[in-house]
Design a binder for this molecule. Structure first.
Ligand code: NAP
Length: 308
């Protein structure tokens, strides 16, 4: 099957690129990896996306419908390899092979792990990276949320609203989350352990407690919790980009120019996998729209698709 544009990733960047690309009349396919969930889909509540207030999952579903309405094909297949040759890109997935004239990489990011003892052992048995997915199982229970960014605070508020007894554990004495989320957290009376790190997660068959340490005083404490929600940031997913020879910055994010062009002609990138200054749904959408426009310009003119 041959396409003008193959978009790898079905988060806000990829789906916006699909909407724009299909509306430019380009034959478009968007690949969604069934083993990866978009970071947007797990945001409990969005209130800074203009014109929309609601769950991240609902917003993603609306974007999917919109992309399909304009004719973009949606394939729930994991892209395993992409090669360039004879003026085409050859996309190999877990269930098929496709040809495309341009590629938009919108592979986003994946949750970062804390890297402490017990974390891997208790994944799915008390350790979670997704409050929206797993919070329900912890209603009425004591849980700890680790991190000080927007995700951690949004998760803590969501879990509190579900009826969990929440404590936030943050390694510094200041949050990096938006002021508004901080205010909501404090208004709800959610306690915070500042300057505190988790050393171990313990239990028999499920999480029963964590050992934490105050990094200023060195004091250790044991907290009885049944859930540990880890929200310590994301890392860019750039395996496919590497296979194509796309350049990254020193933090592993894809280098793009103002037109979302990479160093590889015909390959564009958008969203959280790029070295953009703000990682929000709205900026990912903006990147996706620009990437689709650049792919359209490139296909019209051929030859101006590389980063300047
Ligand atoms: P983030 O902003 O990178 O924050 C990660 C947090 O985890 C930081 O507070 C960091 O501490 C802490 N951390 C990192 N490594 C740690 C470790 N090893 N041990 C303990 N703590 C650690 O990540 P995020 O909150 O997932 O957000 C990612 C992006 O998505 C951000 O751009 C965010 O604005 C966006 N987002 C937006 C919304 C929304 O608009 N509604 C919702 C969720 C996320 P330090 O502060 O000390 O570095």
């Amino acid at each position: 099957m041959e396409f003008d544009v193959a978009i790898i990733g079905a988060g806000p960047a990829g789906l916006t690129a699909a909407i724009y690309s299909a509306r430019y009349g380009l034959k478009t396919v968007v690949f969604e990896d069934p083993t990866q969930i978009s970071q947007l889909a797990i945001v409990p509540f969005i209130e800074n996306f203009p014109g929309y207030e609601g769950s991240g999952l609902d917003l993603i579903m609306k974007m999917k419908e919109q992309a399909s309405k304009f004719g973009a094909e949606h394939k729930v297949e994991r892209v395993e390899d992409v090669r360039k040759g004879d003026g085409y890109f050859f996309v190999k997935t877990d269930s098929g092979e496709y040809k495309a004239r341009t590629i938009i990489i919108a592979t986003g990011g994946k949750h970062r792990e804390l890297g402490v003892e017990g974390e891997k052992k208790f994944v799915g048995r008390g350790v979670s990276y997704c409050a929206v997915c797993d919070g329900f199982f912890f209603k009425g229970k004591r849980v700890a949320v680790i991190g000080g960014g927007n995700t951690a605070l949004a998760d803590a508020i969501y879990l509190k609203d579900l009826g969990c007894d929440v404590v936030v554990i943050h390694r510094r004495d200041k949050f990096r989350a938006d002021e508004l989320l901080q205010k909501q957290l404090f208004d709800k009376g959610i306690p915070v352990l500042w300057n505190t790190v988790v050393e171990r997660i313990e239990g028999e068959s499920r999480v029963e407690r964590i050992v934490v340490r105050n990094i200023k005083t060195g004091e250790r404490k044991v907290l009885e919790v049944e859930g540990v929600f880890i929200a310590v940031g994301i890392q860019p997913q750039t395996e496919i980009a590497s296979k194509l020879g796309v350049e990254m910055n020193s933090y592993g994010y894809i280098k793009v120019d103002k037109k979302q062009r990479t160093n590889v002609e015909g390959v564009f990138a958008a969203g959280d996998c790029c070295d953009n200054p703000l990682k929000q749904a709205i900026t990912a959408c903006g990147d996706g729209a620009i990437a689709a426009y650049s792919a359209y310009e490139y296909l019209k003119d051929e030859g101006s698709g590389g980063r300047t």
